[in-house]
Structure formats: structure tokens, C-alpha cells
Design a binder for this molecule. Sequence first.
Ligand code: APR
Length: 232
Amino acid sequence: MRVVVLTGAGISAESGLSTFRDSGGLWEGHDPMQVATPEAFAADPDLVQRFYDERRAALARVRPNAAHDALVRLERALGDDLLVVTQNVDDLHERAGATRVHHIHGRLQSAWCTTCDERHEWDGPLGHGPPCPWCGQATLRPDIVWFGEIPYGMDLVEQALWDCDLFVSIGTSGVVYPAAAFVHSARGATLELNLEPSEGASAFAESRQGPATQLVPAWVDELLGEATRTSS
Ligand code: APR
């Protein structure tokens, strides 16, 4: 059973990280065109750096939840037959113990030098213009895929969707592409787990509503239960 799981901000909501489009979400307090585009970074780098410095600092105050943990249990059972493709830039999947995670929108804890093109693991702020550890230039930007930029590793993702037996989408509103179109590329069965039906809910064979910390562990139990039954 080859499984591809897509996660969005909803899987980290119960850990205390804001989503983007829910009430009280990040895009209520910030104009995405002012903080999440290359044009915005060129126009006002301090504003953009401050936005991501605050989000990077917030990571230290939260921890993975039962939904992240359940996907690690699934990884332990499926091994290489599981791929988690996340739109999230937080590290909660990895902190839960996940190893088969691909961040299509980048990571908060990575800094990208626009002079030497090197990327560096980064936990602290970038707002004060620290020098690149490689070339020394003060040209580090958040390693985040902004609106208008190309998500990372799309060939790998498209291949995994083509090969998968089951595609599951967790905690995403289904309004941002290309992730919102993955359900159409997935050749296997499709399932949505979300607090409310997403924009693309009708494209899924099944859509379940509820908090991720309840839906995901229950679904993993079900899948592993089925796997145990069919293998015995
Ligand atoms: N459990 C399950 N789902 C939840 C929970 C929860 N506890 N809380 C919220 N949700 C659902 C909401 O119903 C919503 O459908 O998670 C979804 C969050 O949607 P968005 O805020 O739009 O986040 P996401 O879909 O990840 O955004 C996609 O947009 O802003 C860009 O690059 C950014 O990666 C992001 C992309």
C-alpha cells in the first residue's frame, strides 16, 4: 500500500500555530502580497524578515500533536511506501519523528543566500542581516516558496501521486495550487480529513470532518488494522 499524505496548516493548528485563512489566521493580520512575495521582499525586506522571524520564534513555543504522532506510526509501518508532502514550513512532522517528509513550500528553519545560492539550517532571526556562513554576504532570505515562486520537488511529488494506491489530504483549505490539484493527479483512492469540507472536497472519494488530532489517529488505526487483517 503506497500512500501519499498531503498536509496543510490545519494539522498544526492544535499545536498552537495559526492557519492562514481561518478566523484569526495569519492572512487576517497580514496582507500576503506584503509579506509573502519576492516583490514584497524587494520593497520592504525588514517587514518580510520580521514576519518570518516571529513565525520562526513561535516554533520554539509549540510541539507536535497526536496527528503528527499518528503519521509517524504510519511511517514505521509503511516505511518507504509512505510519503508526507507538506505545505507547512514548520518542523512539527520531523520533531514527531517523521523522516519521509517533503516540504514543497520550504522551511522556516532554513535560510537561503541570494548571492551564493547556498542554504543553511537556521534557528535564529534574519532581520538584523547576518552574513551568509558561506560567502559572508548579508543576503540571506527566508527559504520559503512565496506566491509566484515554484514549489520545491514537484517532479518527485507528481511521480509519487502517479504511483500511489491512496492519497490523503489533511488540514488544507484546497485553495492554493499546485497542492489543491494533487487530488486530480492521484491515481489511487482519495480521502480528505479536515475540520470542514475544503474547496476541493467534492473531488475526493471520501471526506471526513473533525479535528486532525481525532481524525488522523483514528484513520491510521483503521488503515493499520486493515493491513494486519489482510496480511494474517
Ligand atoms: N484539524 C483539521 N483541519 C483543520 C484544523 C484542525 N484542528 N483547523 C483548521 N483546519 C482546516 C481548515 O478548515 C482549513 O480548511 O485547515 C485548513 C487550513 O487552511 P489554510 O489556512 O488555507 O492553510 P493551507 O491550506 O495550509 O494554506 C495553503 O497557502 O498561504 C499559503 O503557503 C501558504 O502553505 C500555505 C498555503
